[in-house]
Ligand binder design. Structure first.
Ligand SMILES: *Cc1c(COP(=O)(O)O)cnc(C)c1O
Ligand SMILES: [Zn+2]
Length: 426
């Protein structure tokens, strides 16, 4: 908070003072999303490589001097400090030399959204509010519910009917007040907006609330710190509303501004071809158009992205690009991540990895580049979308018919195949 200088509208560029109470630009209305601006000269004095070396706080609160929050004096959930793995088996399969995988599924409520939700809760408390509201396809909601529960805040959450059972169950178990909207995410967003306006609730809708991108940016700072601030060439991230990718850009941008890194990686936004408004706008060089939400990757099934400017800027200003993958490629990437890396991802979480696999197949990615991919959410949240794989890949053995496992022809064939596969891998 100390280094925040002002807020700037992403549409009309007007700036507002640091004690500005509105969340969006009064001239541009709801679409006038604000960006938080900092005094980098002053930040640079405190936030040095030495600061990171000596800071003992493991959670994202270690980055508080780079954020728009006050350091809380109470205990919060331990958000962040998630592992960045150097991929071995997947990297070998793809022929890449430096592939790093950030597993955000091990956050307290099992997705990257915890980074934003913790910030939302802290801001609500700073403002003296006791009830937070959001609309979400699932993870923003479950993370808000969990972080709010820890801090003794009430949460009111609007979810679309299609929200996967795992995420819905999390909400209920975290004691949230859940309103299921008979409709899609667009309808859900509208309903939550009305509740926020009518009842003066604190708004955790990620695009509208400028502090949430400031929470999400910690994933980029953390990746960079985990790589000792060495240069990274590409970062792959899945995109729905555009807030996560905006945060990824902002994190690297901040580190660049304070002289801790020498370059900002190219940021690659990956969408499902069943819902790709950012990709379409990018390749056609036109404003985002509303789309149907036809993908199994529910966390990025966003027909009208709420953060179009920041989401597009992240790619353009970093010299990255947008791309799409099919739902089948997403499902395959879930399996690949699981089998080769021991990371179980939900569909939206594996979308960015599917993007890397696709580019390698098209020979469109330099093999020796340093690449980071963010796995944004845990697979246990959405078992339904991989249920067909489970069915297809499990062997049924009936002990009443073939009591001796050695004699069973199905099992024999299965084990023989396994041995053959292991030999190949050596
Ligand atoms: C929210 C979410 C995303 C995308 O973030 P946006 O800010 O909506 O672009 C990606 N993956 C998962 C698992 C998410 O929950
Ligand atoms: Zn404006």
């Amino acid at each position: 908070m100390k280094y925040v200088t002002s807020y700037q509208c992403t549409l009309c560029n007007q700036t507002f003072p640091k004690d500005f109470e509105e969340m969006t630009c009064p001239s541009c209305g709801e679409k006038g999303i604000l960006d938080v601006l900092y005094d980098y000269k002053a930040m640079k004095e405190t936030v040095t490589k030495e600061y990171f070396k000596t800071c003992k706080e493991p959670s994202i609160l270690r980055y508080a001097p780079m954020m728009s929050i006050e350091l809380p004096k109470y205990e919060t959930l331990q958000v962040g400090n998630t592992p960045l793995y150097k991929s071995k088996r997947l990297a070998e399969q793809l022929g890449l030399t430096s592939l790093y995988i950030k597993d955000e599924g091990v956050n307290p409520t099992a997705s990257l959204k915890d980074r934003a939700s913790l910030v939302a809760c802290l801001k609500a408390i700073e403002k003296g509010q006791d009830t937070i509201c959001c609309s979400s396809t699932g993870n923003a909601a479950s993370s808000l519910a969990g972080n709010a529960a820890k801090l003794g805040l009430q949460s009111v959450i609007f979810v679309p009917e299609r929200a996967p059972l795992g995420k819905l169950t999390q909400l209920v178990m975290y004691g949230s007040n859940v309103i299921k909207v008979a409709g899609d995410y667009k309808a859900t967003f509208k309903a939550s907006k009305k509740a926020i306006d009518d009842y003066q609730l604190y708004n955790r809708n990620a695009a509208i609330n400028p502090h949430l991108v400031e929470g999400k940016k910690t994933v980029a700072i953390e990746i960079s710190e985990q790589l000792d601030f060495r240069p990274i060439d590409y970062v792959f991230v899945s995109v729905g509303d555009g807030c996560t990718i905006a945060g990824v850009y902002k994190g690297f941008y901040d580190l660049f501004q304070i002289g801790i890194i020498d370059k900002i990686p190219k940021i690659i936004g990956v969408q499902s071809d069943g819902c790709d408004p950012f990709y379409q706008a990018y390749i056609n060089n036109e404003p985002l158009k509303e789309q149907e939400e036809n993908t199994i990757a529910d966390s990025i099934a966003v027909g009208i992205p709420r953060n179009p400017v920041k989401g597009m800027n992240a790619v353009k200003k970093s010299n990255g690009f947008y791309m799409t993958v099919s739902d089948q490629e997403i499902l395959d990437a879930i399996e690949t991540l699981g089998a080769l890396e021991g990371i179980f991802s939900e569909p939206a979480g594996a979308t960015a990895t599917a993007g890397i696999i696709k580019l390698v197949e098209e020979n469109a990615l330099p093999k020796d580049a340093t690449i980071a991919v963010i796995v944004t959410g845990n697979g246990l949240k959405d078992l339904n979308s991989v249920a067909s794989k489970v069915e297809e890949k499990t062997l049924l053995f009936n002990p009443n018919i073939d009591s001796d496992i050695q004699e069973n022809p199905t099992i024999q064939g299965f084990i023989a195949q396994l041995k053959h596969r292991n030999k190949r891998q050596k």
